[in-house]
Design a protein around this ligand. Sequence first.
Ligand code: NAD
Length: 472
Amino acid sequence: MQVHDKLYINGKWVDATSESVIEVINPTNEKIVGKIPVGSKSDVDDAVHAATNAFKIWSKSSIEDRIEKLNLLSQKIKEKTELLAKTITSEVGTPIEYSRMAMVGTPRVVSRSYAKILETYEWEENVRNSLIVKEPIGVCAFITPWNFPLHQIIGKVAPAIAAGCTMILKPSKEAPLNAFILAEIIDEIDLPPGVFNLVSGHGAEIGEYLAKHPGIDMISFTGSTDAGKNVSRAASDSIKRVTLELGGKSANVALEDCNPQIVAKMAINGCFQNSGQTCSALTRLIIPKKLSKEISDIIVERVSRYSTGDPMDEKTKCGPMVSSKQQHSVTEYIKTGIEEGGKLIAGGLGMPEHLDTGFFVKPTVFTDIKTNMTIWKEEIFGPVLVIATYENEDEALLLANDSIYGLSGAVWSNDKEKAINFAKQMKTGQVSVNGGHFNVNAPFGGYKMSGNGRELGIHGLEEFLEIKSIQM
Ligand code: NAD
């Protein structure tokens, strides 16, 4: 069990003002795996004070210094890969192999990518009689979710360090243990005290307080669309910068000349990775009517072999939902899908037959989906794939864009140019063409109700900068 009884403020581990604790539950066996303190508004004030003082130093730090710290951060994450991966698997339920690769490997690479970006980044440019300078925005607050906990944190912490900003992190209460390990790492790399502060607690209390706080210049939020709206509202009085990475219901479109076998195979991972608890999951599969039977048959066969169970077992592909609340919510969506007339071709209600403990659901697939169905429209955040068919590619595009969200997407075609042209017409922040893989240097973020702003790469760095024009 990992028990943390202190917050990390101003370069020190300090007692929280309240004695309350949050228990972290392992969703696989429903046992307590850790405890963390509940921070209060007064702890947030201390952290803001520390970050404000540290900004005076860190905003003036040399680029070489920032590069060194980012490389050290990457190296220390690598050294602690096994600890971090096992911790995240025990709090989120992510299959261990995927934890090592995506939950720890990606943050390691993202930290290093910002060191690399700094090597050539231009902080000043001349435009006729003006000198344009880029400056760190100031004190930042980060509110993060549980599903890719360390990745979401590093996607904010690394560019903020690179920009010369200081920060206060409030991790999710479901998966906060990795954030405490990160604070230990940051302590070891000797950032000046107050550059990074960790205050754990409840979103509705300290999360909203951070969003409102007049001493904070920017809030970067990742989580549900509803909580993002609350954060925006709370931040509005102080006109601070708000970036939001929110939900999604992304379309995976197979054009008529696709390879049905590849589409079917990739559709499963695209939707079910991290047990379906992925904001950019490709949850709406859109296929030509004439290929519908062929693709669905392959999917049914592969889902029957998709191993669900203990995420610490290297062979497991699908772990539990993060919490009983999430298990209940996914189950309700499956029930609604059946009631509204979706045709269940794999999975369904209840736990997988061989399991009796843990917050599991069955990997589930629906066909015969109509656009007025709840499971077509709403983010389910579990391993539930919905399949709709089209008669022609104009209709495919209408279906792809038929969402309040626009975070991710995919297109499949034997003609790459045609696929790129289709991708350009999709109203979404990222599109994978023929399985093009995730790129940590490419901007990530949403259109429409999937959010504002971009993370990762140079675009992610620039979210943390103010721009000043000096006329001469
Ligand atoms: P959530 O909104 O419940 O919580 C996210 C964070 O917000 C947590 O730290 C929580 O404590 C805090 N919070 C909750 N209410 C708040 C409030 N009123 N004010 C301030 N903070 C508040 O989301 P979750 O369940 O942790 O994560 C799942 C959601 O996150 C999904 O909708 C998913 O799509 C989204 N998500 C988006 C991205 C992205 O990059 N777009 C990435 C991961 C997750």
